[in-house]
Design a protein around this ligand. Structure first.
Ligand SMILES: Cc1ncc(C[n+]2csc(CCOP(=O)(O)OP(=O)(O)O)c2C)c(N)n1
Ligand SMILES: [Mg+2]
Length: 277
């Protein structure tokens, strides 16, 4: 690993650790997703986005819109690692009066650009933000993360069409294909393949990568930013739920994982064992 990639891998490791520590506070949660998307968030916050941790509302920042609000634990874990959130707040996750509710809320949390909960909204909100930024003459990028279960939502496909229609070259979407959603494997709930062909036919610059290969994630983000064509960009990330903690990777029905009290320590130990050299 070169230095940059090794550093990104270390950030991803620490994001996973933060997510497990927050999961332990509640004893359950969307841990599998936080572990699967940690590499993407590490690259977004440490290898791609222009942002100021001490000024999350800085006008010239790149925006990161979390469409899948239940992934908030993952984004908080990244915001802690980036220094946007102070570490001592980690233990407030999900409790009354916390700035860290279990579903993302823009008005509660510094660095949270949109409120989640109702799935399928982030891409169209991102389209609006991109149009607004262009109108202001801004060169900022808008990133949005949504999940494979959200492909079931009609609004996603409106967003895909409209972003291409307006040639939004300031939009970088990421889809987390972990092949899971609340009702089972995503491809069985609503067939969405062949996804790359569909996205290309809609007019998007499309890459499909192993979302847990940090080198591939970094390269895909670089390609998406540097493309000179006037079209929106999307990165389809195939990920593994629970990535980094083998016994959670194997757990079935891992949309909302229950972890026994003694297992948190085991999970942290397993993560530590797999720590990048
Ligand atoms: C509009 C809407 N419909 C249904 C739900 C209930 N819901 C919450 S999470 C979820 C699964 C979404 O799929 P995905 O994010 O791929 O699941 P994961 O990978 O996190 O298991 C559903 C259906 C919701 N929040 N919003
Ligand atoms: Mg999913």
């Amino acid at each position: 690993m070169n230095n940059d990639i090794a550093q990104l891998a270390e950030h991803a490791h620490r994001i996973r650790r933060n997510a497990l520590l927050m999961g332990e506070v509640q004893g359950q949660g969307y841990i599998g997703q936080a572990l699967d998307i940690a590499d993407v968030l590490a690259v977004a916050y440490f290898g791609a986005m222009n942002h100021r941790p001490d000024d999350p509302a800085w006008e010239e920042r790149d925006r990161f819109l979390l469409s899948n609000g239940h992934y908030a634990i993952a984004l908080y874990a990244a915001l802690f690692e980036a220094g946007v959130l102070p570490e001592d707040e980690l233990e407030t996750y999900g409790s009354d009066d916390s700035r860290l509710p279990m579903s993302g809320m823009a008005s509660y949390t510094p660095g949270m650009e949109m409120s989640g909960g109702s799935l399928g909204q982030g891409l169209t909100i991102a389209v609006g933000r991109c149009l607004g930024l262009k109108r202001k003459g801004s060169t900022s990028f808008v990133y949005t993360l949504f999940s494979d279960g959200e492909l079931d939502e009609g609004a996603i496909w409106e967003g895909l069409m409209s972003a291409a229609h307006w040639r939004l070259d300031n939009l970088i979407a990421i889809v987390d294909v972990n092949n899971q959603q609340a009702d089972g494997p995503s491809t069985q709930v609503m067939a969405f393949e062949p996804l790359v062909e569909k996205l290309e036919a809609f007019g998007w610059y499309t890459q499909r990568i192993d979302g847990n290969d940090i080198r591939a994630v970094k390269a895909a983000f670089d390609n998406a930013r540097n493309l000179k064509e006037a079209k929106p960009r999307i990165i389809v990330c195939d990920t593994k739920m629970g990535c980094g903690v083998p016994f959670l990777e194997e757990r079935e029905k891992n949309h909302f994982i229950r972890v026994d009290p003694h297992e948190w320590k085991l999970a942290l130990e397993a993560l530590e064992q797999g720590r990048p050299a």
